[in-house]
Write a protein that binds this ligand. Structure first.
Ligand SMILES: *[C@@H]1O[C@H](CO)[C@@H](O)[C@H](O)[C@H]1NC(C)=O
Ligand SMILES: *[C@@H]1O[C@H](CO)[C@@H](O)[C@H](O)[C@H]1NC(C)=O
Ligand SMILES: *[C@@H]1O[C@H](CO)[C@@H](O)[C@H](O)[C@H]1NC(C)=O
Ligand SMILES: *[C@@H]1O[C@H](CO)[C@@H](O)[C@H](O)[C@H]1NC(C)=O
Ligand SMILES: *[C@@H]1O[C@H](CO)[C@@H](O)[C@H](O)[C@H]1NC(C)=O
Ligand SMILES: *[C@@H]1O[C@H](CO)[C@@H](O)[C@H](O)[C@H]1NC(C)=O
Length: 773
């Protein structure tokens, strides 16, 4: 080795040393350091004691002023007890995020795996994938924490509000319009993120804490000057029970989420963060929330500052604390709890209750168990963040979600070897931010669609056509390009300029001159073009659906860091698309409906069309659950599928109904035991007729003989993803419970089971099941 080599390697050694020192010094400050003789004796540090004992020991050591300081999201350290500061607010919607205050990216860990925005991941209808994404995010979060990049492990994700209106700017963050899908998404993702097993067993320490938000009926941000801080959502008992609450109930009861966040809006005149019945009675007592309730950020301030529901800020914090809020996002508790106590609105025991929920959770995360490196997750190294395995999962998620909307005459897939030149046009072809959606983190690396296509076809030429979606400036240049290449692929749609937090759309059509650009390009191109839509919410693209010069259409959501590779793999047939739309795509005329009308059910008297595939029977551009594939699949109900469920009449309490023609049984009075007996299994045969192997989600719906008395058009009751080779078939079994899957909700909110006919639906096949007594 020459001198130069020696100098170089010592420099390297120094660098390595410096890095080691940095990593060591970056160990997060922690409570209950065994090396600190004073903290060693504290009861709250004694891990052999039960958590409630440790929590009451810690609370007993705090002054009133210290307690008050611990109830906002940014809590200060308590140096005399060796307790470090804690930031409650972090986000992990589709990857560890830089939004919030708890996570810090820097030179050592500059990024994290950026999965597709949730609406696209939902389109896979694959709970196993949802679980693995949650689990992967948790591993990266712990790696960040172990390296001193996190002063919080409480993530305010997922967003499981129902995507009620296609214009909602935050619809992109949700699993869509269907409560069953949203519930299953919540359960799978939360179990993954908290480190539980896929079936819900907890091994001991929580990996992270997950929070279901925004509780509840929150799905309007800012539409026609009406914003979420003042919006009073008027919700019927019926819609509440069968649309808005199910994802939250599942999230807490089955997912065992350790947090629920109350929302900005009011529900029927009461701010959700001031609603005792909602927060304490329902979430904490009825559903058994074992964790804490957070307020949305500044929601408590808005109770006074925006709606004047509270007459003072002291009153606002009192309402929130009494209703069941444990952690306030903002500074309201710090600033106003003291005087609320002095005025007698709040007692110290109210504060102790909230603090006890909050501190218990920090203990369950292992944050009072001494040296973080000795925790069960203490050895997860920084190299786990953005590992190849994690990046591959981001690619898989995008591939499984992307929906093939149109494929005339097998326009797709393209055969790489036959392409001599490719024209790529559109503002979303080479713009990394437009792939990431909102609540994102810094991605490991972004492969844009343009980059991915260029690496497959050497002669690829590109023109953006517009600088942001909507602002089309280069029509002649785009037309020129289109007419001079073999194939044209356009990347159009939306980005955060058109749909985002605090900003809803007013239109469903493509913004600005996009339609003109697409049509002109399609006209000029030598062959039918391929249109790729990047968007969270649905679009009215009827013109493209009907235009034979547009051969294929893909919807790619906001597909995350690997989105470009995923799109390219589908275009060239390396992946067979199987995603299905998790929302109804309405025509533009739907925008006549006020976004503020919360009703799910139609009202024929006034022409109100209702919302979602469950109630809306008007024209659609594409239906919920729609999605093509390069293969053809067929379904059959198996011959042995049950046709009757026997309800022992003498066991059943009195029948009840809002429908004079049907006998219905109240589920609550049927009871757990009887409901447990009313099971049926639906077996469905699925065949892939080729020509390609593919993953295919099988969606099973149920319906009633009529839609009278508020019955649904249909309801998704189960879904399973199967992988089938070309020509292969399999059987999928759906275990169903009559009380859960065949029941409906009456206008007073009670759930009932109708005697008589029910129908199961898969594809174009139906199977009748009779409930007899
Ligand atoms: C921890 O608590 C256990 C059970 O009360 C007790 O036996 C033990 O002495 C405590 N340890 C310390 C270090 O105080
Ligand atoms: C707070 O206390 C004042 C004075 O006793 C009372 O008028 C007010 O209604 C109380 N507010 C709440 C939210 O308890
Ligand atoms: C692209 O060009 C490079 C070098 O010019 C060549 O090695 C490679 O095979 C080409 N790839 C394709 C897909 O044509
Ligand atoms: C649209 O593009 C023009 C020309 O580049 C530019 O001057 C204008 O600011 C853009 N408008 C928006 C909303 O981006
Ligand atoms: C394949 O799809 C076509 C078009 O939807 C349909 O007409 C045909 O019956 C399908 N074939 C099979 C074997 O399912
Ligand atoms: C219905 O329940 C009653 C009371 O338990 C029992 O005597 C009867 O045999 C049951 N009938 C059927 C058809 O299961």
């Amino acid at each position: 080795m020459g001198t130069r080599g020696l100098i170089f390697s010592s420099a390297l050694l120094l660098l390595l040393l410096a890095r080691t020192v940095l990593v060591i010094s970056a160990t997060p400050p922690f409570a209950c350091d065994p090396a600190n003789p004073s903290t060693r004796t504290f009861g709250f540090c004694n891990t052999t004691l039960p958590i409630d004992k440790r929590v009451s020991d810690l609370i007993s050591r705090l002054t009133l002023e210290e307690k008050i300081q611990q109830l906002d999201d940014e809590t200060p350290a308590i140096p005399r007890l060796g307790v470090p500061k804690y930031n409650w607010w972090s986000e992990a919607l589709h990857g560890v995020s830089s939004w919030g205050h708890g996570i810090h990216f820097d030179r050592i860990i500059p990024s994290a795996t950026s999965f597709p925005q949730v609406i696209l991941t939902a389109a896979s209808f694959n709970p196993d994938l949802w679980y693995r994404i949650g689990q992967t995010i948790a591993v990266e979060a712990r790696a960040l924490y172990n390296a001193g990049h996190a002063d919080g492990l409480t993530f305010w994700s997922p967003n499981v509000n129902i995507f009620r209106d296609p214009r909602w700017g935050r619809g992109q963050e949700t699993p869509g319009e269907d409560p069953v899908t949203a519930s299953k998404y919540a359960v799978a993702f939360v179990r993954g993120l908290q480190g539980d097993s896929p079936t819900g067993e907890r091994s001991g320490q929580l990996m992270t804490s997950s929070c279901c938000k925004h509780f509840t009926a929150y799905d309007l941000d800012n539409w026609n000057g009406i914003n979420r801080h003042i919006f009073n959502a008027k919700v019927t008992a019926q819609d509440m029970e069968d649309t808005f609450q199910p994802p939250f109930k599942s999230c807490v009861e089955e997912g065992r989420a350790t947090c629920v966040m109350c929302s900005y809006n009011e529900v029927n005149g009461v701010p959700t963060c001031a609603d005792y019945n909602l927060l304490t009675k329902q979430a904490k007592k009825e559903w058994g929330l074992d964790g804490y309730i957070a307020s949305d950020c500044a929601a408590v301030d808005y109770m006074y500052g925006a709606t004047h529901y509270a007459k003072t800020l002291e009153e606002a914090v009192s309402y929130a604390l009494k209703a069941g809020v444990d952690i306030n996002c903002g500074k309201a508790m710090k600033q106003h709890l003291g005087s609320a106590i002095q005025k007698g609105n709040i007692s110290e025991s109210d504060i102790d209750k909230a603090l006890s929920n909050a501190l218990s959770l920090r203990m369950k995360l292992g944050l009072f168990n001494g040296d973080p490196q000795k925790l069960p997750s203490g050895d997860i190294p920084p190299s786990q963040v953005c590992s190849t395995q994690h990046k591959n999962l981001a690619l898989q998620a995008a591939q499984e979600g992307i929906v093939l909307l149109k494929n005339n005459g097998n326009t797709l897939p393209l055969v790489k070897s036959k392409i001599t030149s490719l024209g790529v046009i559109g503002p979303n072809a080479d713009a990394p931010p437009s792939l990431l959606g909102n609540y994102n983190g810094p991605p490991c690396e972004v492969i844009t669609p343009l980059k991915a296509l260029q690496s497959s076809v050497n002669n690829t030429r590109f023109i953006a056509g517009s600088n942001v979606p909507g602002n089309v400036t280069q029509i002649p240049e785009a037309v020129q390009l289109a007419s001079s290449v073999d194939y044209v692929i356009m990347f159009m749609g939306l980005d955060q300029h058109q749909e985002r937090e605090a900003f809803d759309r007013t239109d469903l059509v493509l913004p600005g001159m996009q339609q003109t650009l697409i049509s002109k390009v399609a006209e000029a191109a030598k062959k039918p073009i391929i249109l790729v839509l990047i968007s969270g919410g649905p679009l009215d693209i009827t013109f493209a659906k009907d235009d034979p010069r547009i051969g294929a259409i893909l919807w790619a959501g906001f597909p995350g860091e690997a989105g470009g590779s995923a799109i390219s793999s589908i275009i060239f047939g390396d992946h067979n698309p199987g995603g299905k739309l998790p929302v109804t795509w309405y025509p533009q005329e739907f925008t006549k409906v006020p976004m503020t009308d919360m009703r799910m059910r139609p009202d024929p008297a006034t022409g109100y069309p209702g919302r979602s595939y469950r109630f809306y029977t008007g024209k659609t551009v594409y239906q919920f659950g729609y999605g093509l594939s390069y293969s053809n699949y067929s379904y059959e109900f198996e011959a042995e599928a049950a046709t009757s469920i026997y309800l022992n009449n003498s066991l059943s309490p009195q029948a009840t109904s809002n429908d004079p023609n049907t006998l219905s049984y109240d589920i609550a009075s049927l009871g757990f035991h009887t409901c447990g007996e009313l099971k049926v299994s639906a077996k469905v045969g699925v065949k892939n007729h080729g020509p390609m192997a593919g993953k295919h989600p099988v969606l099973l719906f149920s319906r009633w003989p009529s839609t009278e008395h508020g019955r649904l058009v249909k309801q998704l009751v189960g879904f399973q993803s199967v992988h089938l080779e070309a020509g292969e078939s399999t059987k999928v079994e759906f275990p169903l419970s009559a009380c859960e899957h065949l029941s409906r909700v009456m206008d007073d909110g009670r759930r009932v089971l109708d005697k008589g006919s029910h129908f199961l639906i898969v594809g174009d096949k139906e199977h009748e099941i009779n409930i007899v007594s």
